[in-house]
Design a protein around this ligand. Structure first.
Ligand code: ADP
Ligand code: MG
Length: 435
């Protein structure tokens, strides 16, 4: 078993006792989720699932992930400011994917009117797995970058732009992951920054812009809008699309603004991996380009044409080596194995295929750990991990005034699950044990 906790993992009695202690500690420390029971049982919580032991992570890869985070911040910011690149990259996707098309529509409307926002606040999380090489070593390969509602972190920036700002947190009424959001609210409150928590519906009822496109909510001016909602089609009714447009038209700092959300789509990720693309977006920065490229896995466009045809043929011939991804966030949307083959057979001759991308499947080395979840016994299973690095940046018009990495997130799941995060009930919270 590739783990540092060999003897402990074999003693069942000791494992159960340790698990009991760890669960009590998690409850006491506030590592909580609301239970998923209907209806929204707002006063019932349980602990967020986590691993009993920190999982071993090669320290060189942890360092590499931190070292490349500022480059990813720069890249996302560059993409978000490059309207021509976004338009070209997403043109085939938006023809077939309504959700991305709707986001893009808001982007175009905002550009046409002229962007009122002058300060831009990015909060990203770049996720990686550790690809097992033939020689036994491991390589850091990016799974995706999350540019909207990157969760399970804490926002604690003290930049002048947000200091004493009033923050409008857009969230859903029923939110299991509320304690993650509350941690951020509490950090802001501790810095005397007032947070108001509202739904999209509240914005359409009580939000407004003045003639300078300043944003008001219940007659109070809002400086920063932080989205923990709005990354999935199901988050939007017609009314909610209207609310999103109102927020985007305002001069309030959006985290993220619509262009930055689009920069985080899987289609953009795939186009960025084309040779020469990074050089265009980050001119004169060859070192950053090399650091970024080293983390890219194989990514393939499914646009109509020879290139897409070939990718489909290869994926059908070797299904275990690929993942089929639509333009969706939040877990559980990707297709693997036989399901992927069936989807590719169905999509092959239709333009709908352009709304997907194909990705090389990362195969990390499995290891033993104990996944603790409410209601299930402590037992050791074979696991793999996904490392996320949080990045924050602030841009004032064209000038980047802050760019840093602000911590990590390690999520671990049993190997039998191809897809899914913590909120989806598949992965659990973990900590890297650098080796
Ligand atoms: P989402 O936006 O839904 O989080 P992701 O691209 O992060 O989409 O995929 C969801 C999950 O699927 C990841 O957390 C990871 O466990 C798995 N996954 C995604 N891409 C790959 C890949 N290329 N190789 C192996 N596993 C992957
Ligand atoms: Mg993900």
């Amino acid at each position: 078993m590739a783990t540092g906790w060999g003897s402990l993992l074999q003693d069942e009695q000791q494992l159960e006792e340790l698990a009991r202690q760890a669960v009590d500690r998690a409850l006491a420390e506030g590592v909580l989720l609301r239970t998923s029971q209907e209806p929204s049982s707002s006063d019932v919580v349980s602990y967020a699932p986590f691993t009993l032991f920190p999982s071993l992570v090669p320290s060189a890869l942890l360092e590499q992930a931190y070292a490349v985070q500022m480059d990813f911040n720069l890249l996302v910011d560059a993409v978000s400011q490059n309207a021509a690149f976004l338009e070209q990259t997403l043109s085939s996707t938006i023809k077939r994917d309504n959700f991305t098309a709707h986001l893009f529509d808001i982007h175009k409307q905002v550009l046409k009117e002229g962007i009122a926002q002058t300060v831009f606040l990015g909060l990203n999380r770049s996720d990686y797995m550790f690809q097992r090489n033939a020689d036994g070593s491991a390589a850091l390969k990016q799974i995706e970058i999350n540019t909207i509602s990157a969760s399970f972190g804490g926002l604690a920036s003290r930049t002048p732009a947000v200091h004493r700002a009033r923050v409008l947190l857009i969230a859903q009424e029923k939110e299991r992951n509320i304690f993650d959001q509350r941690a951020i609210e509490n950090e802001l409150l501790a810095r005397n920054i007032h947070v108001i928590r509202r739904k999209f519906e509240d914005v359409s009822e009580k939000g407004s812009l003045d003639q300078d496109r300043r944003l008001f909510m219940d007659d109070q001016e809002v400086a920063v809008v932080y989205f923990r909602d709005g990354y999935m089609p199901s988050h939007y009714s017609l009314q909610n699309w209207g609310a999103r447009l109102l927020l985007e038209r305002s001069c309030a700092v959006k985290c993220p603004d619509i262009a930055t959300q689009l920069a985080g789509t899987k289609k953009v990720q795939q186009e960025l991996s084309r040779s020469g693309m990074l050089e265009v977006l980050l001119p004169g920065q060859p070192e950053a380009v090399a650091r970024l490229r080293a983390t890219f896995a194989g990514l393939y466009s499914l646009d109509m044409g020879e290139e897409g045809d070939q990718a489909i043929t290869e994926a059908i011939a070797a299904p275990s080596c690929f993942v089929l991804k639509p333009q969706r966030e939040g877990g559980g949307n990707n297709l693997y194995g036989e399901e992927m083959v069936q989807a590719l057979e169905r999509l092959k001759d239709s333009e709908e295929r352009a709304s997907y991308i194909l990705m090389e499947k990362i195969e990390p080395e499995p290891f033993g750990n104990c996944l603790l979840r409410p209601g299930s016994p402590a037992r050791v299973v074979q696991c793999i991990s996904e490392l996320g690095i949080f990045g924050v940046y602030v841009r004032q018009r064209k000038t980047l005034v802050m760019n840093k990495h602000v911590g990590h997130l390690l999520r671990t799941k049993a190997i039998e699950h191809a897809d899914g995060g913590v909120a989806a009930g598949v992965a659990v919270l973990d900590n890297p044990y650098p080796v």
